[in-house]
Design a protein around this ligand. Sequence first.
Ligand SMILES: [Zn+2]
Length: 479
Amino acid sequence: MQVNGHRIPGTPVAVDVWRRMRGVYLYFLSHMHADHTVGLAPLWEHGRLYTTQRSAIMLAAKYGLASPRVEILTENETHVIPLAHGESMAVTVYNANHVEGAAMFLFDGYFGRVLYTGDVRADAALAAAYAGSALWDALRGVDLLVLDNTYASPASGAFPPRGEAVVEVVAAAQAARDRGKRIVLALDTLGKQPLLNALHDAGFSISYTVDRLNAALSDDGRPHPAPHTGPGPSAVLGVPKWSFGSYIKAMGDAVVGIMPSCYPPPEYTAASAPENVVVIPYSDHSSYAELEAFVAHVAPVDIMPIVGHVNTSLRTIFAHVLPPPQPSRPPPPIPQAVVEAMTAGFIPPRSVAHGSPPSSSLLAFDGLISYKPPPRRAQFASPAFVSIAKKGARLVRRPSPTAAASSRKRITPWTPSGEQRKRAMGTEIGLEPPAKKPRHLVVSSRASTGQALPRSVPPRGMRAETWARFCEVYDTIHK
Ligand SMILES: [Zn+2]
């Protein structure tokens, strides 16, 4: 599946990208659609994950991910998030008017101001919800707009506001009911909730598969049409979009199919659909005209697309509403503390809503979890690793299954030379093994001999200041 997410250039921040990336430790989830969650898994642990409350409910239901790994950012508030020792950024969370829990993020820090829309329906309803507020004004003139460009082309045509599409769906359902037909309605795993609510309000009994995401939401106490329980069949049968065709074929003329989509499967476009299928342009994404108005409001210095496969330049498409291009400037310098944190990798402390700046105390580093230098260099271990080492255990890196099979007969621990010991710095450091026995990395425990951490010699590849700071944190945690 396509990954519709990006790293914010020159920062430790990524939105909707879930692979481990060098220098990234703050991950933001815009919403729970599958193309924005590629790589999320129950054991995901590449950094701290920030999202909205409703997405967090679904995240817990689907992957079991929760606090403290996940931090909830309340909508329409500004949160201060520590980036590194003494450095922070502000994140303002907007409702993206897309699906349950979907958010836009406005990042503000040393890198300038970046608006990341995620998927957005920037229609009149969104503008009306924020009109006249300081939050809406705050979007103006950002340095970079990362835009949902799903329909960012005049060729994609116009489609009605979502409210109108809902009315059309209900009207089509009523017409079908008057002719004594059942209705098969194409749904997605997430979204289209307004359709279900409107049909319910119009007196239709509805049955549909309650998938995990929907189930999680109904647990939340939000009004949610109760699935039909009988007697007799329901008037509306909600089915996944991908299986819509097989229901229509199997049930034939006894049903009317409603396909609420601006991007239907090829056999169910308005032009190609059979007589008993109605295609209604319902969209959770912005139309071209809506994007145009949104870009004109935001008036960003620079603009980039979220959906990579649309091979067009947004700067050209929206040239008529964008401010004139400015001469290119060098990217803002990354503060030294952030550079070091990106090198060392850590999970910062929790953010602070509404602003007081984060404490600049050493505790700002209490989440230091791992040091990931280039391969074959010294390596920090986790606190658990350290505590095992303190007990005097020797830790052996597990060889790969093949390596284990080929060396099962004899595993010889590697003993560092005097010079290598000097660099070893005690319990945290694994050493580069000699070339002949690369598969077994043994860490000798200096702590087990009662010696303090030697401070004067940083491990190879690490700056002296970074090492000194680590030692301070180590003492804070272990005293
Ligand atoms: Zn989406």
